[in-house]
Design a protein around this ligand. Structure first.
Ligand code: NDP
Length: 399
């Protein structure tokens, strides 16, 4: 093994972020060595990835999936250990790799991401739900272990790139930062009139105009909840309160976010909308790595537009600000209700416009006090899901 090889584990390797990460790695042979890859249900893709990247460990959802993966790998790949379930994920997150990519979708990503943070290496965070649910616990764990937390979300990665070298988390004013602006594409329904939103189908919601992503985050983009989750994520990552975090709609998705300074300067990070750019940035930081993304053609683009978000058609953004300001476990309740509502929408059990209604009702009815550990947080998550499911059942019954 070459001395300067960086070891890497990818949690959620079979997803959109996972496959983009492997695409970047494949462009740098000899530079990275894969320790562990985790998937869940997509056994054929995980088997292909194992054949190509030869990790020490692969993890899947359950015993049946593990048997299926072992069969696919056969004798040719018998050096790959196959594990499953929570224990398997825990082991994958604790391989002591130099870099761990946390890219499992939803609340399921929290424990493995926390385990990776406890290991103290470099953690590339895509799973925004971890910070939304458990911001305080998560950032405390980072401080305790000394892990280097780098954002993969394109907006947060952009903010990270635009912040000054002397930026101190939680004290933006000291480094002249007055505001952070997250850009939002506006999603597939940016110009859709409200009456039509009542009838949109999952396939329409998942057809994002600029980004290719997993189904859950695609629906979040369509409701603007994705931007709401990102506001909460940014608040924890950079220690900036809700009053200094704004959202601006930018349909072209070229400017990924901006930082405003006291002297009137505004710094923006721009690139084509392709997650391989933030992934390569975080993999190589502070070096720059080739990502395979084409350079921007500014003249070809011609113009960039910026607009106010429409809170009437997209109430989820306002709900996320409300949860951030309420603090305690309110963001965890928001996240749980959103995951339940999005999954009901994807299964055609809930109309699109009811997603926000379910989240709002859950925020009003679930308990949102302070939590002191992950166990308590998961209990809040569980009971909020129950409350949300009741609202979903009632909304479904009146369709
Ligand atoms: P995908 O749905 O494409 O992939 C999710 C990954 O998580 C897959 O590897 C999936 O395995 C695995 N997985 C699903 N459920 C579980 C579970 N219960 N336990 C363990 N693993 C599970 O999601 P994305 O890649 O789009 O998103 C991943 C995360 O990154 C999300 O938190 C999202 O918000 C965030 N993000 C995504 C961006 C994007 O462009 N896609 C941009 C910025 C952030 P399998 O497929 O094998 O079942």
């Amino acid at each position: 093994m070459a001395l300067d090889e960086t070891t890497i584990t990818i949690l959620g390797a079979t997803g959109s972020i996972g496959t983009s990460t492997l695409d970047v790695l494949a462009r740098h042979p000899g530079r990275f060595r894969v320790r562990a890859l985790t998937g869940y249900r997509n056994i054929s893709l995980l088997a292909e990835q194992c054949q190509l990247f030869r990790p020490d460990l692969a993890v899947v959802a359950d015993a049946e999936a593990a048997t299926a993966l072992r069969e696919r790998l056969g004798a040719e790949c018998d050096q790959v250990g196959v594990l499953y379930g929570e224990e398997g994920l825990e082991q994958a997150a604790a391989t002591g790799a130099d870099v761990t990519v946390a890219a499992i979708v939803g609340a399921a990503g929290l424990r493995p991401a926390l385990r990776a943070v406890a290991d103290g290496g470099r953690v590339l965070l895509a799973n925004k739900e971890s910070l939304v649910m458990a911001g305080a616990l998560f950032m405390d764990a980072v401080a305790r272990s000394g892990a280097t937390l780098l954002p993969l979300d394109s907006e947060h990665n952009a903010v990270f790139q635009c912040l000054p070298g002397n930026f101190c988390r939680g004290r933006p004013v000291d480094s002249g930062v007055t505001r952070v602006l997250l850009t939002a594409s506006g999603g597939p329904f940016r110009t859709t009139p409200r009456p039509e939103l009542e009838h949109v189908k999952p396939e329409q919601a998942c057809a994002h105009p600029n980004w290719s992503m997993g189904r859950k985050i695609s629906v979040d983009s369509a409701t603007l909840m994705n931007k709401g989750l990102e506001v909460i994520e940014a608040s924890w990552l950079f220690g900036i309160d809700a009053d200094h975090l704004d959202v601006v709609v930018h349909p072209q998705s070229i400017v990924h976010s901006l930082v405003e300074y006291v002297d009137g300067t505004m710094l923006a990070q721009m690139s084509n909308p392709d997650m391989r750019t933030p992934i390569a940035h975080a993999l190589g930081w502070p070096e720059r790595l080739a990502s395979g993304v084409a350079p921007l053609d500014l003249v070809g683009l011609g113009r960039l537009e910026f607009q106010e978000p429409d809170h009437d058609r997209f109430p989820c953004l306002r709900l996320a600000y409300r949860a951030l300001r309420a603090g305690g476990s309110a963001p965890a309740v928001l996240n749980a209700a959103n995951e339940e509502a999005v999954s009901a929408f994807l299964e055609e059990r809930l109309p699109f416009m009811e997603i926000a209604a379910v989240i709002e009702s859950t925020l009003e009815h679930a308990s949102t006090g302070d939590v002191s550990d992950v166990q308590e947080l998961l209990a809040v998550d569980g009971s909020a899901r129950q409350v949300a499911r009741d609202f979903i059942r009632r909304a479904g019954a009146t369709q």
